[in-house]
Write a protein that binds this ligand. Sequence first.
Ligand SMILES: [Fe+2]
Length: 187
Amino acid sequence: MGHGGNVIDELVTDHREVEEMFGKIEALPPGHKDRKLYADQVTIELVRHSVAEEAYLYPAVRKHVAGGDELADQELQDHATAERIMKDLEGCDPGDADFDRLVGMLMSEIRSHIADEEENLFPALRQACPADALDELGEKVRSAKKTAPTRPHPAAPDKPPANKLLAPGTGMVDRLRDALTGRGKSG
Ligand SMILES: [Fe+2]
């Protein structure tokens, strides 16, 4: 499945990729070490996706959709909830009892985010926002994600600083978000 199309197509493709990673986690027995690998990958995808939505999708929703401010505020709250879960999760080993609990919470939070966007927010935006503006936002979201580091690859040679940025473990969510938004930089 390729990326492309307008902002809605692009973000829906992200959603399908995240669901695929959730499926990989669910297919493994509790305690399996690869569940941690996939949890880290899905965390990285979700932070990139959230930052792109916050930068381009929600401002467009506020501008074009009736009641858009309330919709956008609710989505931001949901992102904050998911991010708190991911921060708790990043320090857990796959054998921890907390790992399974947190992964379950993350899946349910994100699945309801996906359903809500695809059933309510995207159709409302598609109706309210001109097609060329949706196309332009798609390009912006893609280039925002391209400047961001992608998934950690166990076989990849050390390539600082991206490798350090993505090193799984405590602080990964914050390091990623800072790198993606420029937060913490002077000015
Ligand atoms: Fe989304």
